[in-house]
Each structure stands twice: as C-alpha cells, then as structure tokens.
Design a binder for this molecule. Structure first.
Ligand code: FES
Length: 278
C-alpha cells in the first residue's frame, strides 16, 4: 500500500474519543435533542425556500413583490422579455446563497450530523459504513472547497438586499393619505432590515473571510497594512464566535421575509405601517 493510500485509509476510519458503533457513547446528557431540532428547522426552512424561490412561480404564478417589498429570494431581480415561464427569477440568483450555505463550515458540521450521522454528536459513535466513504476527498463533497469563491459571490446579492431597504421604507403617493412619496415604517420594512443585518453578520462572520483577512501572515505588527488587517481580523473573530447563531437567525428571517411578502401578495394579511409625509 502506498503512503498516500495509507493516509487516506486512516482518514476514512472514525477515530477519537467516540466509542465504535452507531449511537454508542459515554455521554449522559440528552445529546440527541439538539440535532433533531436543528434537522427540523433546517429541513422546513430549506424546503420552503427552495420551493418558493424555484418552483412556486413556474407552477402557480403568485407574485413575489408587493408595494416596494421584493422577496429576498428574488434580489437582484433578473427578468427579461419572453423569459420562459418555467424559469423562476429566483433560480438565477439563489444558486449563490444556496451554494454559500451548503458549503459553510458550520452548516457542514450541522448537516453531516443530523442527515448523515457523521458523527451524530460529539463523542458519539457513527455508523461503521462511513469507513468506506472518502467524504470530502471525492465528489460530490470535494465541492465543499468552493466555499471561499461562493463567499465572494455572496456579497453581490447581499449588496442588492441593502438597496432593497430603500423602497421598503418609501410609501408611494396615495398610500394611507400620503400625498407625495413619503416615509413608511412598516412591519415588512423592519423585517427586511433585520434580515439583511443578520445576513450581513452571517457573511462577515464566515470562517473563510476571517482567514482571508488575517491568515497567512507571520507578523501582524511589521507593517501598517498588517496592523490594519490584524484589527479587522479581531473584529471578524468577534463575529465569528457567534457564526452558528448568525447562520440560524438569518436562515429563519429570510424565510419569514419571503413568507411575509407572499402573504401580502395573496391578500392574507395587510402591512401594518406608520406613514409620514416628507
Ligand atoms: S463558514 Fe459559514 S459562511 Fe463561511
């Protein structure tokens, strides 16, 4: 056996403090609750977002914008004349955030646990069948290495989501007694603002960004530019400590923001807002 083969073989075998055998552990806490709750929330949000962003419009055209509110799944909105009806505008942009989240270091840990039991929890035995898998050394999981490039791309829709805040806070003339376009502080606008703030926190707390800013430097204090990078790296490290919470909070708010717009379009709810003439 070659050295490389021996290393790969060793990597494929589960090691560490976990006992061998699926689910065997010395842990006495209720370790199974956390992955089960995460699996439910993740499956519900990801399933709904995929349906809404990619399949809803081609199957049952409903509309994804209402009076200045554009669902975050469709931003930036890319449409053209004679666009095929089977093609949702969401699909043209969603591949970026979907790829970004799917390859996220935190989400990988989470969904490897709750979908693949790899391992099911810290110090909990995993299925012995995993010994046969190359995991991130082969397709399809080797594509996880694209995360850094998806990080760069993720800032494109994020920028547009910030721009979408402007029309969300502008009331068109004639709305609620506003004579000229005025200021509108509505539930939708506030939801959009919270959502884009959390998405920004999620992106800025990314492990890859932290490495990009502060990694591969031997001396932080040697030059002015490196000192600036060190300061930035410290700020990103502060955000990075809560990366898991940014990930879950932003996933939930982006889901809520889309549901809110859909309910407005369907006439199920009305937007509660305070209007000001400017
Ligand atoms: S590690 Fe989670 S977004 Fe980059």
């Amino acid at each position: 056996m070659t050295v490389q083969g021996a290393v790969l073989r060793a990597l494929r075998k589960p090691r560490g403090s976990a006992r061998q055998g699926f689910g065997t552990t010395s842990r006495r806490d209720n370790w199974v609750v956390f992955p089960v709750v995460q699996a439910l929330v993740f499956t519900l949000c990801a399933g709904y977002l995929t349906f809404s962003g990619i399949f809803w419009e081609p199957i049952l055209p409903t509309g994804y914008r209402w009076d200045g509110y554009l669902s975050p799944l469709f931003s930036p909105l890319i449409v053209w004349k004679d666009m095929p009806t089977w093609l949702s505008p969401g699909l043209l942009i969603l591949w970026i955030p979907i790829g970004f989240r799917a390859t996220c270091y935190y989400y990988r840990k989470a969904y490897y646990r709750f979908y693949f039991a790899d391992p099911p929890g810290c110090a909990v035995g995993e299925p012995t069948m995993h010994r046969r898998f190359a995991l991130e050394n082969a397709l399809p999981f080797v594509l996880q290495n694209l995360h850094r490039y998806l990080l760069y791309l993720a800032f494109i829709p994020l920028t547009f989501l910030w721009l979408d805040i402007i029309p969300a806070f502008i009331a068109p003339a004639g709305e609620a007694g506003v004579t000229d376009p005025g200021l509108r502080i509505g539930i939708g606008g506030l939801l959009f603002l919270v959502n884009v703030t959390l998405l920004t926190g999620y992106s800025l707390s990314c492990h890859s960004l932290r490495h990009l800013v502060g990694g591969r430097i031997d001396c932080f204090s040697c030059t002015r530019a490196r000192r600036v990078r060190y300061t930035l790296w410290q700020r990103l490290t502060d955000l990075n400590r809560s990366h898991m919470w940014w990930a879950w909070a932003s996933l939930i708010t982006v889901t809520l923001a889309d549901i809110y717009v859909r309910l407005l379009v369907l006439g199920v709810i009305t937007d509660q807002a305070i209007h000001f003439n400017l």
